[in-house]
Structures are given as structure tokens and as C-alpha cells.
Design a binder for this molecule. Structure first.
Ligand code: SPD
Length: 345
């Protein structure tokens, strides 16, 4: 073979390899599976503009639905957004990839109290996205009697005027709190104790909605309910007649995280996204659109005094808040009980 031919073949091989690399780059795509009403489209578009990586964005409205879909779609999602107890569960089952902290320098923007969570010491598998509480929202133009806790909400006089999260673990925890039982002590005996109370409460609820209860509260379709703090904060921002109360019987907080599922096709894209949303100016966009408790200290500095004074977004530090833990198989007991009660409504 002549030298000319050898040079030609080598050039062709090299250019084919180059082509392949650039088409791999073009094929990069982030599969994001996250809570509904939580990741602004502006943030997703900003990430694509910055990195050239398109995002497929799918949403869910409960940790349990996310888990079911995750298990039925192996090696599909690059990034999920589980709450603390679900992170604990996924770690135990070996369903998460460790996160390469060196790819996420912006983690230094997180407040110190979020950097070593009990459910994932050292943030090996998770990075906090937003935190918050579950509490009571009510329209003070319509509800004149005091609302201090769950027992004040779930009263027969409010039948057909109540909205509640469509989340079995959440609902059961309210009844446990109302009975003075630890929200993580989900035993068959304790479920039996709360069953009659739950049966009474469920009959009073007009709408179950975890995605977005704001339109129904605004329109007056319902007047009170138990919701995520970010939705209550948004209602308060728009009209001060809406009030947010942390239930007197016991309230809990959550921390939602970004995690990379085992065998994610594009771990690098996932880490790039995590680092991107931790930029202060990007994190501020998330707070502007979805005013939960922002764990990003650098972003909090960019928020207005009004945003930081919103009682639904930033509750007083003195309030004692519980946190959910992984309850393993008891989750199935909750699901069975709630299906039975909801079918009998
Ligand atoms: N619309 C976003 C809601 C996020 C709520 N995540 C917390 C779940 C706690 N069980």
C-alpha cells in the first residue's frame, strides 16, 4: 500500500471518530423526573442554552409514584427529585449513583445546615433542592373561626369546602399527629387507631390535589385545606386574605433533593444540571416562581425582604418540625388502608 493510501485511510478513520464524538455530544439529553410545579421552565431553558443539552422533563406528584415509575423504567432517568425519606429508601436499596462532588462546586452555596443531612450523611447521593413544610391554608374572608390545627380544619361544618394533598403518607401522618402518635411510628396497631378518624376526615374533603391547589382556593371552589407551603406562600404573595398555619398537633418539614438513579444514561449531564441550579441567580428564579424554603444561602441573599418574610416560605426557627423517615414495608400498609377508605367514601 502506498504512503498516500495509508495517510488517506488514517485521515478517514480520525474524521469518522471525530464525527462520532460530535454526534455523541449532540445526542446528549437530560431525562429529568421531578415534582410538578417545582422546576421553572425558564431554568430548564437556561440550562439548555448554557450547555447545549436538551432536557426531557416529566413530572410526578408523590414520592411513591416516582418510585414505581423509576423501577419500571431502568436506566432511563438521569435525575430524580426524591424527598428525604425516599432518599433514605433509595440508598438502602442501592438505587442511586454516588454524586461526584468535584463536578458540583456550587454546592458551597448551600447553607451549612443542609450540607450533612441525617438521611444521607456527607451528601454522597443527594443534593438539597428545596425544603418546606406541610400546613394549613385558609381564606380568612370566608373562614372566621380560629384555625389552629387539623381538628379545626376537618370539621363537618366545612364539608365540601376542603382541599387536601393527594398523598397517602401525608394524610396518614396528619391523623397520627392528631392522635398524638409519632408520624414515623407506622405500625398496624397505630393504623388501626387512626382509621376511624381518617374515615371521618376523608368524607369532608372536596378535592385531593398535590399538583397545584391554588386555582381552586383562588376561585373559592374551596376555602381551606392542607397543602405544601410553597403553594400557600404563592397565595399569600397574591392576596393577604390567605393565611398559613403550621398545625398545632404537630407539623413536619421536608427536604427535596436532586439524585442520580443507578445506571443513569448521562450522569455528567445530571451533575451539570445540579451545579447549574445551585448558581445563586438560578436558584433565585426557582424561589421567585415556587417560594419554598431555599437551602441556598447565596440565593437567599438575592431574595427581597418580602420574600424572606413570607411566613409560609420561612417559618420561625423556634417551631419544632418533624421529618419523615423511611418506613419500609409499612408504606404498603398505608396504601392498603387508604385505598380501602377512599373507595368507601
Ligand atoms: N409542587 C412541589 C411539591 C414538592 C413537595 N415535596 C414534598 C413532599 C413531602 N412529602
Amino acid at each position: 500500500m502506498k504512503l498516500f493510501h495509508i495517510v488517506l485511510i488514517v485521515t478517514m478513520v480520525l474524521s469518522l471518530a471525530g464525527c462520532n464524538r460530535s454526534s455523541q455530544k449532540q445526542q446528549q439529553r437530560l431525562h429529568l423526573f421531578a415534582w410538578s410545579e417545582y422546576v421553572p421552565q425558564e431554568v430548564i431553558d437556561g440550562f439548555t442554552k448554557q450547555t447545549g443539552i436538551p432536557v426531557d422533563y416529566e413530572v410526578y406528584d408523590s414520592n411513591e409514584k416516582m418510585l414505581t415509575k423509576l423501577l419500571s423504567s431502568p436506566a432511563h432517568y438521569d435525575l430524580i427529585q426524591p424527598s428525604e425519606y425516599m432518599v433514605e429508601h433509595l440508598i438502602k436499596r442501592g438505587l442511586l449513583e454516588p454524586i461526584d462532588q468535584s463536578a458540583i462546586p456550587n454546592v458551597s452555596n448551600l447553607l451549612p445546615e443542609y450540607r450533612n443531612p441525617e438521611y444521607d450523611p456527607g451528601m454522597k447521593y443527594s443534593v438539597p433542592y428545596m425544603a418546606g413544610t406541610v400546613g394549613i391554608v385558609f381564606n380568612s374572608d370566608k373562614i372566621k373561626d380560629p384555625i389552629r390545627g387539623y381538628q379545626d380544619v376537618f370539621q363537618p361544618k366545612y364539608a365540601g369546602r376542603i382541599i387536601a394533598l393527594d398523598d397517602n403518607r401525608e394524610i396518614v401522618s396528619w391523623a397520627l399527629d392528631a392522635k398524638g402518635i409519632d408520624i414515623n411510628d407506622v405500625t398496624p396497631a397505630n393504623l388501626t387507631k387512626v382509621k376511624p378518624l381518617l374515615a371521618d376526615w376523608l368524607k369532608l374533603v372536596k378535592i385531593f390535589n398535590s399538583d397545584d391547589p391554588k386555582p381552586q382556593l383562588f376561585s373559592g371552589d374551596v376555602d381551606l385545606g392542607v397543602v405544601y407551603c410553597g403553594d400557600a406562600a404563592k397565595l399569600i404573595e397574591q392576596d393577604k386574605k390567605f393565611k398559613y398555619v403550621l398545625p398545632a398537633e404537630g407539623a413536619h418539614r421536608f427536604i427535596d433533593n436532586l439524585c442520580i438513579p443507578k445506571d443513569a444514561p448521562d450522569k455528567q449531564a445530571a451533575e451539570a444540571f445540579i451545579n447549574y441550579i445551585l448558581r445563586p441567580e438560578v436558584s433565585k428564579i426557582i424561589s421567585d416562581k415556587f417560594p419554598y424554603t431555599n437551602p441556598n444561602g447565596a440565593a437567599r441573599k438575592l431574595l427581597t425582604p418580602q420574600q424572606l418574610a413570607n411566613p409560609a416560605s420561612y417559618p420561625p426557627e423556634s417551631v419544632h418540625l418533624e421529618i419523615f423517615h423511611d418506613i419500609g414495608k409499612a408504606n404498603a400498609d398505608i396504601s392498603q388502608l387508604m385505598t380501602e377508605l377512599r373507595n368507601g367514601r
